[in-house]
Ligand binder design. Structure first.
Ligand code: PLP
Length: 447
């Protein structure tokens, strides 16, 4: 009964290492060479040995305001004491309505109705189910096909896996939902572009081919990340998103922006939809909604979609959307989100990101020319370095670089053939300098 022995609380031995089947982790390597984080304050993690590690990915793209923000801690503990849980099925806690209204206020025009989830993956699947049900309500039940994008990432549930475009995340799971995929937007000639490369319209025009192939009468929605984070900061070439919007409107297909990473400041506005001046029909959120402090996601739908559900010919006591989670609108998560939204305002976070972004862009592009780097991409306060394979192995260099960087005091993410960076919005320029200096040293020391 080691687990109940208070003496052993917090201690880790080989059995407890084995007990936790870690997500998206090389479990075998980790368990022989574990790396632990035991504290977080501001832009830094601390290890059990007391080492400070700069958080170069804001956790997993979620803690832009930094760690240990007392405003969030206090709001959560107050809410925990007042109402730790209440269901949201047929009863409601006022705080969930307050948060929904707050999100509506900051969302792009006409995106007015918020459905709460607990993660980005749940937001993805919720939005896809919402899109398919919407068309059925509009008398077009054949519109079920979902269009994603190569290298896209929409979480790990079955819908998100189906529209996702990272082969390694799909291959083990057999047939998924009925989908097709746009090409990704990584063109060799655009390597080392600063910010958004040109000529996005032609790339988006590929949607015409998919419509010609499948017919719009069979397509429910196109789902894309405004920029793909997990795929390695794949930025939208200029005009790409607007063109997708035009084509979706023209063909009567819903456009879903998965803003799980891009929402809440990463591109210098609350939503990338605003940065790129393109309004989708549905926006998916998670991560920065609570600054990563509490699992929570949201799907914001435009008024016409909500109206279609509400206008069904159903008895008034009937459920219009048979979907939802035990923890949808969890009051403690709502308190974390409201405190987070307050901080984005009082810290003037989005303006700060806009101000830091050019410095970040200069700094990341100074790594050009270091060994094995084949591309550098950036947008807002996000960037990626792409590496050549070592032999036949495309992921080994980023993995080694991530490990060595952690040892040297900066946490960055390795994903596929890239190192991904998304420093906290509260970062100082000197901290960015330190991040890039360490990265540069580590890259040069990596074969
Ligand atoms: C665009 C996007 N969608 C969905 C997800 C999945 O979110 P979660 O891990 O909270 O399920 C992620 C996670 O990185 C993401 O980047």
């Amino acid at each position: 009964m080691a687990g109940t022995d208070p003496q052993k609380k917090g201690r880790i031995n080989s059995e407890s290492l084995d007990a936790f089947w870690m997500p998206f982790t090389s479990n075998r390597h980790f368990k022989r060479n574990p790396l632990f984080i035991s504290g977080g304050q501001g832009a830094y993690y601390s290890t059990p040995e007391g080492k400070q590690v700069f958080d170069g990915l804001s956790g997993l793209w979620c803690c832009g305001l930094g760690h240990g923000r007392t405003e969030i801690v206090n709001a959560v503990s107050r809410q925990m004491a007042q109402l730790d849980y209440s269901p949201a099925f047929n009863v409601g806690s006022p705080i969930a309505f307050e948060l929904a209204d707050r999100l509506k206020q900051i969302a792009p025009e006409n995106l007015n109705h918020v459905f709460f989830t607990n993660s980005g993956s749940e937001s993805a699947d919720t939005s896809l189910k919402m899109a398919r049900a919407y068309w059925r309500m509009k008398g077009q039940p054949g519109k079920t096909k979902l269009i994603g994008r190569s290298k896209g990432y929409h979480g790990v549930n079955l819908g998100g896996t189906s529209v996702g475009g990272i082969g390694g995340n799909r291959k083990l799971f057999g047939s998924c939902l009925d989908t097709d995929h746009l090409s990704h937007t990584l063109l060799r000639e655009n390597a080392f572009s600063r910010g958004l490369p040109e000529n996005g319209v032609e790339l988006a025009d590929e949607l015409e081919e998919l419509v010609a192939l499948h017919d719009a009468s069979n397509i429910a929605a196109v789902i894309v990340e405004p920029f793909s984070g997990s795929g390695g900061v794949i930025v939208p070439p200029q005009g790409y998103l607007k063109r997708l919007r035009e084509l979706c409107t023209r063909h009567g297909v819903l456009l879903v922006f998965d803003e799980v990473i891009t929402g809440f400041g990463r591109t210098g506005q609350a939503f990338a939809a605003q940065t790129f001046d393109t309004t989708p029909d549905i926006i998916n959120l998670a991560k920065g909604l609570t600054n990563g402090t509490f699992p929570m996601g949201a799907v914001i739908a435009k008024s016409e979609i909500y109206a279609a559900f509400m206008e069904q010919e159903l008895p008034e006591e009937a459920v219009e959307f048979p979907h939802g989670y035990t923890y949808s609108g969890h009051p403690v998560a709502c308190s974390a989100a409201l405190a987070t939204l307050d901080l984005y305002e009082t810290d003037q976070t989005y303006a700060r990101v806009r101000q830091l972004a050019p410095y970040f862009e200069d700094a990341i592009h100074q790594l050009k020319g270091l060994p094995h780097i084949t591309d550098i991409r950036n947008v807002g306060l996000a960037g990626a370095l792409q590496f050549a394979p070592r032999g036949a192995n495309p992921t080994i260099r980023p993995y080694e670089i991530f490990r060595k960087c952690f040892e040297a005091g900066v946490y960055v993410r390795c994903g596929g053939n890239t190192i991904q960076l998304a420093p906290p919005f509260i970062s100082e320029k000197e901290e960015l300098d330190n991040l890039f200096n360490i990265l540069s040293d580590v890259i040069q020391a990596t074969a």
